[in-house]
Design a protein. Structure first.
Length: 99
């Protein structure tokens, strides 16, 4: 499992073995932005279990992609499910480190 938040893209990857045998991964890619307007921020606050900091960003994820049989998904590569939007609130230390 890992997450990258790059210049304008957020990527989440979860690797697994289907039935303990077939290697695969689920990939969620989205575009993030920091300039949230008040209605968006209010909506995120309603859905959050804790107060949001000024570091909150909005991420619009594409539909999840699932690939089987290796990283490239040469044999099975499916786009499953709907797109989604979430708010991410992280502790920001500097340009390279966040928690």
């Amino acid at each position: 499992l890992f997450q990258h938040v790059l210049d304008d893209v957020a990527v989440n990857v979860v690797q697994f073995r289907l039935l303990g045998l077939v290697p695969g991964q689920a990939i969620l890619r989205g575009a993030w932005r920091r300039d949230l307007d008040q209605p968006e921020l209010a909506s995120l606050r309603r859905n959050s279990s804790r107060p949001l900091s000024p570091n909150t960003i909005a991420v619009a994820f594409e539909a999840p992609r699932v690939s089987l049989f290796g990283r490239e998904g040469r044999f099975v590569n499916l786009q499953l499910g709907p797109p989604s939007s979430v708010g991410l609130d992280v502790t920001y230390l500097d340009e390279r480190v966040r928690i």
